[in-house]
Design a protein around this ligand. Structure first.
Ligand code: ZN
Ligand code: ZN
Ligand code: ZN
Length: 126
């Protein structure tokens, strides 16, 4: 399932994990959308409204709203937009991180990342 990804702004080939387009005249901010599974540009739609919320972004390709994956926010190698549920808690991780974390124990690694990000989510058991 090799797929060639391209920057939606300038159509250059890009790494699906790139957060910025490598084309020096473009430099568009890129994300990998969990809804349409493609590299996209995004726009901020709703700024974070509380300490447990993340900024919401709209995918330029499929118009779905997403939030930045916690791996990305904590400085990990990720550019995923996790699906936003529209409820109090959004998906913490993007589709690709969910796949990766499933192999190494999602809860342990997940909560340690949450701890590193700090304060975005309630800890288990309050
Ligand atoms: Zn570009
Ligand atoms: Zn999308
Ligand atoms: Zn991710």
């Amino acid at each position: 399932m090799a797929k060639d990804y391209q920057c939606p702004a300038c159509k250059s080939p890009v790494d699906p994990a790139a957060t910025v387009c490598s084309n020096p005249v473009c430099r568009a901010e890129l994300a990998f959308c969990s809804s349409c599974r493609d590299v996209t540009t995004y726009t901020l739609t709703v700024p974070a409204s509380g300490r447990f919320k993340r900024d919401q972004y709209k995918c330029a390709l499929c118009q779905n709203v997403g939030v930045k994956c916690l791996t990305w926010l904590s400085g990990g190698y990720c550019n995923g937009l996790a699906r936003s549920s529209g409820r109090a808690f959004d998906q913490p991780f993007c589709a690709s991180c969910n796949g990766r974390l499933g192999e190494v124990g999602r809860n342990v690694l997940g909560w340690s990342i949450v701890g590193a990000v700090g304060g975005l989510f309630k800890r288990p058991g309050k």
